[in-house]
Design a protein around this ligand. Structure first.
Ligand code: 9YT
Length: 128
């Protein structure tokens, strides 16, 4: 049995800031579960360009509101508390937060713990 407290992950190498988001990786590769589990805050008023070429991800919103847009077809889905989206086709997408959004993310294969997006085939929006 493993018990992980968010307060013990905050401030460690498993607490990663991506600029538009802050991801606290609760369960990572070394835990041997075959997936990773993250408690992620997407910051209000931001847009993040995400493309996980090597991972599948489910994202469950437990607080806040925003939207997700798939780039191949420009489809937009509203996100609010209680909505989950699953990137089952390595979908390239934009994640927009109207308010701070708190998301529980599950990755397969698991994240090692301290990755930033570029290493995972994910690229921030070019703000220039
Ligand atoms: C929802 C989402 O994918 N946000 C980006 C951060 C990600 N959860 C991560 O790398 O931990």
């Amino acid at each position: 049995m493993k018990v992980v407290a968010l307060k013990d992950v905050i401030g460690t190498s498993q607490d990663v800031d991506g600029g538009t988001w802050n991801s606290r990786r609760l369960i990572v590769k070394k835990d041997g579960m075959g997936y990773s589990v993250h408690d992620t805050i997407i910051r209000a008023g931001t847009e993040t360009h995400i493309w996980y070429k090597h991972h599948l991800e489910s994202v469950y919103c437990i607080e806040g509101e925003g939207e997700v847009v798939t780039l191949k077809d420009q489809k937009t889905w509203p996100i609010e508390q209680g909505v989950l989206y699953a990137l089952d086709e390595h979908d390239e997408h934009l994640l927009r937060a109207k308010t701070d959004m708190r998301m529980i993310c599950v990755f397969n294969p698991p994240i090692s713990g301290d990755e930033i997006h570029d290493e995972d085939g994910v690229y921030p929006v070019d703000e220039s």
